[in-house]
Design a protein around this ligand. Sequence first.
Ligand code: CO
Length: 145
Amino acid sequence: MILGRLNHIGVATPSIADSIAFYREVMGATKIHEPFDLPSQGVKVCFVDTYGTEGALNGTQIELIEPLPGNTSITGFLERNPQGGQHHVCYEVPEIHAAKAWFDSVGKRVLGEPRIGAHGTLMFFVHPRDMQGVLTEIMEVPEGH
Ligand code: CO
């Protein structure tokens, strides 16, 4: 396992529209991507770049996450945290299956098989109780990074 770049921080929100306004008006975000549904994960997602312009590809993003109807995990999170809050952190790795084998080998609970995530590359989550209390997403480096 070689720890790669911090790709994004996942933030659950009851309203992506309200969160977009917050990141634009309070945090000064200038590059906010179009929200989109990710039905395979039961969520609507919106990426906010922490760099405004050409540096965006090298910057870290905030991933706003709003549950779609029928979602249980994010809905449960919002029941415990009604205004939303930090949900997970996501690190890049060069090869997702090698990373999964590593976490398996050190006894960390990988939640499900690698699957296509919001960036269109393979990803998985590792159980927060095995990760110092942090729900951790591991994703394969996007092409071109
Ligand atoms: Co994520």
